[in-house]
Design a protein around this ligand. Structure first.
Ligand code: COA
Length: 432
């Protein structure tokens, strides 16, 4: 087979490609920074023609225009992780939210959410005709394997990442060539609170540990305090620019990893061009589908696995709310529970929940006697181990409810400790 000929046969414009989306189709959009904006834009521009098209997307880092009220009836968003562009749509009742562990999204495509169309963005083909899924392998690869119609933007700016991260051009139905910029995520500002949290988390990390880091200012702050460590490894659903710095500084070597030694294992990347250039053709980084990377049993094969995630609220029993503020859905579970469980099962592993002690510019405590009405527990009190704020570390593992409450009050903001102590004394009938 001459794949070059096959490639040419599939070439078309974005406008032509999206004409293959039909009424009532389910369309899966590539996760996070891997989204092809030209394909989403073309689909949205074609909205008048389309009716009742279900858009399945996890973290939307693009415009999320399919959520706009003027497209009601044309598009309906089924969000797997509510984010900035999709939050209002879901909370207004116009869109839907499906609670699902990140590791289990590919299996939804085999069962309750069969895929009609997938919109991809991939690297140009290599000499054998294989395109790389680049910065987004996650659920995207499986969506492409099972979709009835595969539409891909081929973009020279998409890094060619290695691992189980390839699709052959003959498995793509319509190809749109466009060398647009890949979506970037700039590092967040790190303030004093985040630095203190970062320092506390870093005190729990030892030489040779394998890390999972979430997204945002707290993981970035943790990385700042790891510069003196040795031979750290990465097995994470994602990482950002901060990891590149630690690789260059010789801190992350992956040498002590018990699974995939010598490799940073990840399912998606989110950062700036610096990260994407680092990942391009780099055998140090291996990308695998999320049902592998986030499978707790796989995670646990890394000895000394440390997970670091963030949350919205923790009650005095150690129940963690990460995806809602009261009844309002603000995000999704992502890989939080996958990694908490994997790290807890790992030999020498530790799971850390790190958060500022307050929210709303210091007006509310994140440590509360009882979680807000309407909120959903994300990580249960059975799974939670370390909770970290700028005031210290609460170790909840194997502790009674009374001991847990004491540990958590110790790391609450001092302004809110009297109220928490009052709740403690009312519940346990003893002086704090
Ligand atoms: N009470 C009231 N409001 C609260 C609150 C609380 N206890 N905690 C947070 N909020 C509000 C914030 O004020 C903010 O509101 P704004 O957008 O109007 O400013 C909003 O909720 C988001 O909080 P913020 O602290 O800015 O979020 P973040 O960017 O640091 O992310 C999580 C924190 C918990 C939302 C995020 O880590 C998450 O989604 N986690 C679950 C998924 C996960 O862990 N995945 C694995 C790693 S990728």
């Amino acid at each position: 087979m001459n794949w070059q000929e096959e490639y040419k046969k599939r070439l078309c414009t974005a406008e032509e490609a999206v004409k293959h989306i039909k009424d009532n189709d389910r369309v899966v959009i590539t996760h996070a920074c891997g989204e092809s904006l030209i394909l989403t834009d073309a689909m949205v521009a074609d909205a008048e023609r389309l009716h009742n098209v279900e858009i399945v997307h996890m973290v939307a880092m693009g415009k999320g225009e399919y959520c706009k009220p003027e497209y009601n009836g044309h598009f309906r968003h089924n969000s797997l992780f509510v984010g900035g562009p999709t939050r209002e749509h879901v909370n207004s009742g116009a869109g839907d939210f499906t609670p699902v562990f990140f590791s289990e999204i590919p299996s939804l495509f085999d069962t309750t959410l069969p895929v009609d169309v997938v919109l991809l963005q991939v690297s140009p083909p290599d000499e054998h005709g294989y395109c790389s899924f680049g910065i987004s392998v996650d659920y995207t690869k499986h969506a492409a394997e099972v979709a009835k119609c595969v539409i891909a933007q081929v973009n020279k700016n998409m890094p060619r990442t290695l691992g189980d991260s390839f699709i052959h051009v003959t498995d793509i139905d319509y190809i749109v060539e466009a060398d647009t910029d890949v979506i970037e995520l700039k590092p967040g500002a790190i303030g004093d609170v985040e630095r203190a949290i970062g320092e506390n988390c870093a005190s729990l990390i030892k030489d040779g540990d394998t890390l999972q880091l979430g997204i945002g200012a707290i993981p970035d702050a943790v990385l700042l305090f790891l510069k003196e460590k040795h031979d750290l490894g990465i097995h994470s659903e994602m990482f950002s620019d901060g990891v590149v710095e630690l690789v260059e500084a010789g801190v992350i070597t992956n040498k002590k990893k018990t699974l995939h030694p010598g490799k940073s294992v990840v399912t998606f990347l989110m950062g700036t061009r610096r990260l994407y250039d680092y990942a391009n053709n780099n055998p140090e980084v291996e990308m695998y589908p999320v049902d592998y990377v986030n499978n707790p049993v796989v995670i646990a094969q890394n000895d000394n696995m440390v997970s670091i995630n963030s949350c919205v609220q923790v009650d005095l029993m150690g129940q963690v709310v990460s995806t809602c503020v009261g009844p309002k859905q603000i995000s999704g579970v992502g890989g939080q529970v996958d990694f908490v469980r994997g790290a807890n099962m790992s030999k020498g592993g530790r799971s850390i929940m790190a958060m500022p002690s307050t929210a709303g510019k210091g007006k509310v405590s994140k440590i509360v006697p009882i979680i807000d009405e309407g909120a959903a527990v994300t990580t249960s009190r059975y799974d939670v181990r370390y909770v970290v704020t700028e005031y210290g570390i609460a170790d909840l593992w194997g502790k009674t409810l009374r001991q847990r409450a004491r540990e958590l009050i110790k790391i609450a903001h001092p302004d809110f400790r009297p109220g928490l102590i009052e709740a403690f004394e009312a519940k346990f009938h003893e002086k704090y």
